[in-house]
Design a protein around this ligand. Structure first.
Ligand SMILES: C[S@@+](CC[C@H](N)C(=O)[O-])C[C@H]1O[C@@H](n2cnc3c(N)ncnc32)[C@H](O)[C@@H]1O
Length: 223
């Protein structure tokens, strides 16, 4: 998969994509991530990417021509263009699973007041929000989307089995996990996990996942 990210703050990405699983995925060439500075598509001396809103009001609005030029250079027939905005569809694990099958994803990060509406109407395929709150820019949302998608690309997470039972992957939260010691100051690990009986362990985990989901996120069971 190829991922292109359009931003006016490319330096913000230098940390998260250079560590851990995402770093290894790039090294193994399972994904290619490119960060582009939107100012590279400007032609004026000040490298202007935004302007005052028509009709007045606070803040600055991202200009359509810069995004249009960038997409003309990067977009192919296989691209999915995603605009990060608090007004978009709320990002869920199911969407991450769908995106993990894409060939090419282009993520557009906004800043300040937001985007010229004509960008939404004419240049993109989908609007995505990472939740009902407003951040200063689309960079952190882009990191969230990339991280959750890349780890679902086959071969990225060492043991593909480990993502099979994860929270949200089957509409449930994950079951409780324990590690050594089996007894920590009288606080014991459930017996069944030490039994070596895999069928019993599997059954216990399924029950626990259902119980936990019912208690914490009954909305998931409904949907
Ligand atoms: C300050 S916000 C603009 C909010 C806009 N004025 C509104 O009320 O919808 C600046 C940029 O941050 C990004 N952003 C902020 N919150 C976000 C969220 N919850 N999900 C995705 N992107 C978000 C978007 O790219 C947005 O254009």
């Amino acid at each position: 998969m190829k991922i292109d990210i359009l931003t006016i703050f490319p330096e913000m990405f230098s940390g998260p994509f250079k560590e851990s699983i995402i770093k290894r995925a790039q090294k193994k060439e399972l994904v290619e991530i490119k960060i582009h500075n939107l100012r590279d598509w400007t032609e004026d001396k000040h490298k202007t990417v935004d302007d005052k809103p028509f009709g007045g009001g606070a803040g600055m609005v991202m200009k359509i021509e810069i995004i249009d030029k960038a997409l003309n250079d990067l977009k192919t027939k296989k691209s999915k263009v995603i605009l990060l905005t608090p007004q978009g569809k709320v990002f869920k694990q199911k969407m991450a699973q769908e995106y993990a099958n894409l060939n090419h994803m282009i993520l557009i990060c906004g800043h300040y007041e937001g985007f010229d509406e004509r960008i939404r109407e004419n240049l993109i395929d989908e609007e995505v929000s990472i939740g009902d709150y407003v951040l200063t820019g689309g960079e952190i949302p882009a990191m969230v989307v990339v991280d959750s998608v890349v780890r679902l690309i086959p071969g990225v997470v060492g043991n593909d089995e480990s993502i099979k039972d994860e929270s949200f992957s089957k509409g449930l939260l994950e079951y409780p996990q324990y590690t050594r010691p089996a007894d920590y100051r009288g606080k014991k690990v459930p017996e069944v996990l030490l039994s070596g009986n895999h069928a019993q362990i599997e059954k216990w985990r399924q029950e626990q996942a259902e119980k936990r989901t019912k208690k914490r996120r009954a909305d998931l069971l409904k949907s």
